[in-house]
Design a protein around this ligand. Structure first.
Ligand SMILES: [Cu+2]
Length: 334
């Protein structure tokens, strides 16, 4: 009997505790009709700010390396290669004017020069040690593109001719479309079932065609992922989204860099005819008229979408296989 009473008493305590806790927020709210300055407004006002001092200092420290003109070559897969099976070996060679530029991850800081590797129009994956294998696993059946370009430890790309390379290849007997494509170290290169954001969803009538279908199609009872390669014309203007991507924390989140690669075209501020239009969280469209990174400050905590588009002087999207309009989701935590 004694223990029974004790249990009842405990339950009573817990119930009381829950009720009390449950009352707290309501009580608080009731008392805060006059707003206090303690809660920051959940409104995001982004502004373009100068290159952060920290990065300016790193550039100084790197000296002539920052003026390097790295030239990459994709030696595998070969241009227009047909790859049998779901594994695709990526092999790169690096030349050009390097001035000490070498991809390598410093074990202590976890940072260093690296190559951005992009399958189709997915977020890039970093490739640090070019003498170690970089293999794409579970690549799906169909046409694909691979884009690579040299990058700095803070993910700003080198923008000289030859730093960027792209190849198209076709996979026969591809992988399991219900699973992601990864690298040999387990990094996700493509989420095959999730429609890449920013890739326009085709109309139902177009879904029957082979290109850019976002949902897997049934093929002899087996899910086969659609090709997400797009109809890329390597000679046409191409905007390659690079940054931002992933998660940003603390001082890395303010400011955040927008960076991209531009092939076969020039922006208006560089004497060309194109503009890069960007918007954050579906907000007001802004423009980048010189091919260089910008830094945006004023991010609030949470998930954000960043959209980059290549447009002509009339503001019309310059299409190239759907790659010239790309939206990525990033997460900002303080
Ligand atoms: Cu990077």
């Amino acid at each position: 009997m004694k223990s029974h009473k004790a249990i009842l008493f405990c339950i009573a305590l817990i119930v009381a505790g829950v009720l009390f806790a449950g009352c707290q927020p309501a009580g608080d709210n009731a008392n805060t009709t006059v707003t206090t300055a303690a809660t920051p407004p959940a409104i995001q006002n982004l502004s373009v700010v100068p290159r952060p001092e920290k990065i300016v200092a790193m550039m100084k420290e790197r000296g002539e390396q920052d003026q390097a003109k790295p030239v990459l070559q994709i030696t595998s897969p070969a241009k227009n290669a047909t790859v049998n099976g779901s594994k695709v070996e990526v092999k790169l060679s690096l030349g050009g004017v390097l001035n000490g530029y070498k991809p390598h991850k410093d074990p202590a800081s976890g940072k260093g020069n690296h190559i951005h590797v992009i399958l189709d129009n997915q977020p890039y994956e970093a490739y640090y040690e070019l003498d170690h294998p970089f293999e794409l696993r579970n690549v799906t059946e169909g046409a694909h593109t691979l884009r690579v370009f040299a990058s700095r430890p803070w993910h700003e790309s080198y923008k000289n001719d030859g730093s960027f390379q792209m190849v198209s290849f076709t996979v026969k007997g591809g992988g399991d479309a219900s699973k992601p494509t990864t690298t040999n170290s387990g990094q996700v290169m493509a989420n095959n079932n999730a429609n890449a954001k920013g890739t326009p969803a085709p109309k139902p009538a177009a879904a029957a065609s082979a290109t850019a279908t976002p949902t897997p199609v049934q093929h002899e009872g087996k899910d086969v992922a659609p090709s997400k390669a797009g109809e890329i014309d390597a000679a046409k203007p191409l905007l390659t989204y690079s940054r931002p991507k992933g998660e940003y924390k603390g001082e890395d989140a303010d400011p955040i860099m927008i960076d991209f690669w531009l092939s076969n075209g020039k922006l208006q501020g560089d004497g060309g005819e194109f503009r890069v239009r960007y918007s954050v969280d579906g907000g007001e469209a802004k423009f980048i008229d010189k091919w260089e990174p910008i830094w945006l400050a004023g991010w609030i905590t949470g998930k954000h979408s960043v959209k980059l588009e290549l447009v002509d002087k009339n503001g019309n999207l310059v299409d190239n296989g759907g790659y010239n309009s790309t939206t990525r989701e990033i997460t900002v935590t303080k």
